[in-house]
Design a protein around this ligand. Structure first.
Ligand code: ACO
Length: 306
């Protein structure tokens, strides 16, 4: 759905949306498509890309805030769609930081020896929780899914090797009112709609993101100069540009997909990874910095060698 198409739905303009957010279009799930169906498609694509089958996977973690059902978990639905009856699957809910939380969890399952391969999915259908009469929110979000496979390897975890080097997570529930869904099974018995004080979120975003990235640098003794690619959560071009500028990461090293996808919440980082891996930018051995911030607030950063 392009910005022009949105002009017919709410009082907005392509110029306003591009200037404030960098978004030019977003994808909207069609009839019959759900978070689980999108997530399963992404999972199949990741498995094919890795030359693996569902038999090879021990754990599925799906990061989502828009599950098909309150329960069972969307990850279990995806497990079933993949024809998997072994191992286990569960969802992770940290809104836009969901993929960073899920990747952190997957890394710990592998380091703990409980799993050899973990399929990590970010899948969302935010179009289903948007108030399509609220121009301050409906222009910002889109639907999508992406997935990665993590595999145990000897000697992982040192700066010289490939894999996840450090994960830094934060949350602060005192910011709830700035970005939340005004419904839920236990509070209203309804699904609810996304509500956001955009300016307030914007005010906190760059500081929180850069602080947690500094934490990741401190934990690894790496610096911004060591980063080959910043693959951020894609909420808003101005937040991404502001964070990169503050860290001293040049724009050529930033993977930007928000123009094409809008904000797909937990799906945005794996979609951006797929884009940069697909067009050949991400190469084996590259130092990759992931970051996200979202409702809660939740935020986090991961340094990994691709
Ligand atoms: N089209 C046209 N005009 C609009 C629209 C729209 N879609 N939405 C709001 N406006 C109007 C407002 O009504 C306001 O008009 P007024 O001055 O007459 O009152 C004017 O534009 C300015 O509104 P602001 O909210 O002050 O605009 P701002 O420059 O802050 O931009 C935005 C809004 C884009 C939401 C910005 O605050 C932002 O990016 N915030 C971060 C939110 C975000 O990215 N959230 C994602 C989830 S969290 C995460 O993933 C990090």
């Amino acid at each position: 759905m392009t910005n022009r198409e949105m002009e017919g739905m709410v009082e907005t303009s392509d110029e306003w949306i591009v200037q404030r957010t960098g978004i030019r279009q977003r994808y909207i799930a069609g009839d019959g498509e759900t978070t689980a169906s999108l997530g399963a498609d992404a999972a199949r694509a990741a498995l094919a890309n890795a030359g693996l089958s569902p038999d090879d996977i021990d754990v599925i973690i799906c990061a989502t805030s828009t599950p098909d059902n309150t329960f069972p978990a969307t990850a279990v639905d995806i497990q079933n769609r993949l024809g998997m009856v072994h191992g286990f699957a569960f969802d992770m809910q940290a809104v836009c930081s969901g993929f960073v939380y899920a990747l952190t969890t997957a890394d710990l399952y592998i380091r703990g020896g409980m799993a050899k391969r973990v399929l990590v999915i970010g899948a969302e259908t935010f179009s289903r929780i948007l108030d399509w009469t609220d121009r301050t929110t409906c222009v910002l979000f889109g639907d999508g899914a992406g997935a990665v496979v993590l595999e145990a390897a000897e000697g992982e975890g040192t700066v010289a090797d490939r894999g996840v080097l450090t994960c830094q997570l934060r949350s602060d529930g005192s910011h709830k009112e700035k970005l939340y869904v005004d419904g839920g099974p236990s509070s209203t018995g309804t699904v609810g709609h996304l509500r956001m004080e955009g300016r307030e979120v914007f005010k906190h975003a760059v500081g929180m993101i850069t602080d947690v990235i500094e934490q990741a640098f401190d934990a690894t003794a790496l610096t911004a100069e060591d980063v080959d690619w910043l693959v951020p959560h894609q909420a808003n071009k101005r937040i991404i540009d502001g964070s990169a500028r503050k860290l001293g990461i040049p724009s050529e090293k930033v993977v930007m997909t928000v123009d094409q996808h809008g904000n797909t919440s937990a799906a945005s980082i794996p979609l951006a990874l797929a884009t940069a891996a697909g067009d050949g930018r991400l190469k084996k051995g590259d130092m990759v910095l992931l970051e996200a911030m979202g409702g809660g607030f939740t935020w986090g950063a991961i340094l990994l060698r691709w």
